[in-house]
Design a binder for this molecule. Structure first.
Ligand code: 5GP
Ligand code: ZN
Length: 118
């Protein structure tokens, strides 16, 4: 069973922020912003490559409710799904990072020379 499935099953503790029948949100153990929450489907899906539109529709509504609840909807935030090797996905259970609580930087994402990909 994967790490996030163990969190869903309460085999590993997590600092839960919000939960409904299908989704769970908890604080990232290694926050990269004042607010850094992970939102996951309770049913295991490997990554964004495999997830259904129906699940992502549920995830969208769940995250919209979450950001209202923690009052960052007006100030703004970022939603990121890392996918696969180049995306830097470490946990192979689909998760959206919700980052906020401060003005976020928008820096280069790769050490590659921009002339190689622009
Ligand atoms: P990824 O790199 O796969 O997109 O993100 C995985 C995230 O999970 C990382 O930001 C990492 O800090 C977080 N993480 C890894 N293990 C745990 C854990 O056991 N508990 C919590 N709450 N977060 C974790
Ligand atoms: Zn899983």
């Amino acid at each position: 069973m994967c790490l996030f499935c163990k969190i869903v099953n309460k085999e590993i503790p997590a600092n839960v922020v919000l939960e409904n029948e299908n989704f769970l949100a908890f604080h990232d153990i290694n926050p990269k912003a004042p607010v850094h929450i992970l939102a996951i489907p309770k049913l295991h899906v490997d990554s964004f490559n495999e997830v259904t539109g129906e699940t992502m529709a549920g995830m969208t509504e769940f995250i919209q409710g979450l950001v209202k609840e923690i009052k960052i909807d007006a100030s703004g935030y970022r939603v990121i799904c890392n996918v696969g090797e180049d995306g830097g996905q470490e946990v192979k259970h689909l998760h959206c990072h919700i980052l906020g609580g401060a003005k976020l930087k928008w820096e280069h994402f790769s050490d590659a020379d921009p002339k190689d990909f622009l």
